[in-house]
Ligand binder design. Structure first.
Ligand SMILES: Cc1cc2nc3c(=O)[nH]c(=O)nc-3n(C[C@H](O)[C@H](O)[C@H](O)COP(=O)(O)OP(=O)(O)OC[C@H]3O[C@@H](n4cnc5c(N)ncnc54)[C@H](O)[C@@H]3O)c2cc1C
Length: 465
């Protein structure tokens, strides 16, 4: 069996793992990154990027459909549009290939080595990698576990046939006539909305009393409205119990005690993701866990010296930018630099239509924390740029401490507001007060003016409402 010796071994080439590898190699650390699949992990291959590509294609098709059916507010018209989903997916795959190739190039440029194969942990310093050329043993001083997460399967509805995961939904080459989305969280709704815009009859089945339960009802209201306008049927308080005996129809039990059946060409199960902690010898290390996640401290250290864990395998929020930030910190730590996880906020974005972005605390969470707060809201219906885009739905909301006006959270729902995430995060990391936002000149006409107006509203100085 071939033997490799390195200083740092990273298991998993997703955004957590590859960022660790790039930064560590830049710092001169002898680094090897192992992945059984293509580099880029869930995010680049079957998650963030391909889903956003499909969402964009759906939006473009929807605009053409509006123009073809006399629904364009801009007076545009078009002949009946068509889509070749095979071509759409090939375009999406092209983006994925460019990005994953880019990661390989960045690793090489930084001087990190990479190895394709499945890693199995033997002990805290030894890992076996099953490669196409046979098993290789890797001896490393330090190991970073970045094995990510995988979709949760419903026991009553295992993946296979017409029952698909988000991975399957992002790889369809023919439009189904109907799609049932089981789970009204961000993954199910993002993909469901994209297919609804492509003309598919979409039904969402959610067990909770409302969709997107992570965000409050005010923020999710405009999304629910738009889903209805797009013809998406949303069933809340409804649990899927399985398929009928012929495997064709979905059985659903509703909160009011009735049982119904739903026919669908495809059923997307998007009920959550679980950390990948099994099947690769992690149990050999007998690490303390936090529920299903690997327990880490504020430097991403596990309980075993020289073994770090980052990304989805370490807990919520399971988001690519959290994984990347942890990876960057861990590389610095391994190089001997003093670092600690001291982030004030991790932005959360939902790429539905309209989009939702939230950073820091919402009003309810702030009050639960015992804070007396000022809340300022500004609706896009009073924003000139939103009007010119025919997208007046949604608002910006700022939440600040009542006593010293330090901003605790900024949230928005509206078309394209995902791009606000950077401004919101920057403001909270910098510890801004309402006055800082209110006294900053915001360009006119932009939807971003609503950020300034929400701060003015919280201060009782609103100008345009
Ligand atoms: C449909 C969808 C949409 C999403 N959209 C967003 C979004 O818009 N924004 C966002 O921030 N997040 C989004 N996410 C979540 C995001 O993809 C994850 O949070 C992120 O990929 C986690 O990064 P990671 O490095 O922890 O793990 P992953 O990206 O899951 O990478 C883990 C890697 O480890 C490898 N691996 C695992 N075990 C082994 C082993 N034993 N040997 C070798 N290799 C192994 C896997 O092959 C994989 O490549 C989305 C996810 C999905 C599914």
């Amino acid at each position: 069996m071939a033997e490799i010796v390195c200083k740092l071994l990273i298991i998993g080439g997703g955004p957590g793992g590859y960022v660790t590898a790039i930064r560590a190699a830049q710092l001169g650390i002898d680094t090897l990154i192992v992945d059984e699949g293509p580099l880029g992990g869930t995010c680049l291959n079957i998650g963030c990027i391909p889903s956003k590509a499909l969402i964009h294609a759906g939006e473009e098709f929807h605009k053409l459909t509006e123009a073809a059916t006399g629904g364009s507010p801009f007076g545009l018209s078009a002949a009946s549009p068509a889509i070749d989903l095979g071509k759409t997916m090939a375009w999406k795959d092209g983006i994925v290939t460019r990005l994953t190739g880019g990661v390989a190039g960045l690793l090489k440029k930084a001087g990190a080595k990479s190895l394709r194969g499945r890693a199995s942990i033997r002990d805290g310093k030894t890992v076996t990698v099953e490669t196409d050329l046979g098993p290789q043993t890797v001896h490393a001083e330090t190991i970073v576990i970045a094995t990510g997460s995988e979709p949760v399967e419903l026991p009553s509805l295992p993946f296979g046939g017409k029952v698909i995961s988000s991975t399957g939904a992002l790889a369809l080459t023919q439009l189904p006539e109907s799609l049932v989305v089981v789970g009204g969280g961000y993954i199910g709704l993002e993909i469901g909305t994209a297919y609804a815009k492509l003309g598919v009859k979409v039904t969402v089945v959610e067990a909770a009393p409302r969709i997107l339960p992570v965000w409050d009802a005010e923020l999710t209201g405009p999304v629910a409205k738009r889903l209805a306008a797009l013809g998406v049927e949303v069933m809340t308080g409804a649990k899927v119990t399985g398929l009928t005996d012929d495997g064709e129809t979905l059985q659903v039990a509703t909160d009011d005690g009735s049982d119904i059946t739903l026919a669908a060409d495809k059923i997307l199960v998007a009920v959550g993701r679980r950390p990948r902690t099994q099947g690769f010898g992690l149990e050999q290390l007998a690490l303390p866990m936090d529920g299903p996640f690997i327990r880490i401290d504020n430097q991403c250290r596990t309980a075993m010296r020289g073994v770090y864990a980052i990304g989805d395998v370490t807990g919520e929020p399971m988001l690519a930018h959290r994984a990347m930030a942890q990876g960057e910190m861990v590389a610095d730590l391994i190089a001997g630099q003093p670092r600690v996880w001291d982030k004030r906020a991790i932005p959360a974005v939902c790429f539905t239509d309209p989009e939702i972005v939230s950073v820091g605390l919402g009003p309810d969470a702030a009050r639960r924390d015992g804070q007396a707060v000022l809340v300022g809201t500004f609706p896009f219906r009073a924003n000139g740029r939103a009007m010119s885009l025919a997208r007046e739905d949604g608002f910006v909301r700022v939440i600040a401490r009542e006593d010293n006006h330090v901003v605790l959270g900024i949230e928005a729902v509206g078309a394209g507001v995902a791009e606000f995430a950077s401004a919101f995060s920057l403001a909270i990391e910098m510890g801004v007060r309402l006055e800082d936002i209110a006294d900053t000149i915001h360009a006119h006409p932009t939807m971003g003016e609503a950020i300034q107006e929400s701060a003015l509203a919280a201060l009782g100085r609103g100008l345009h409402l």
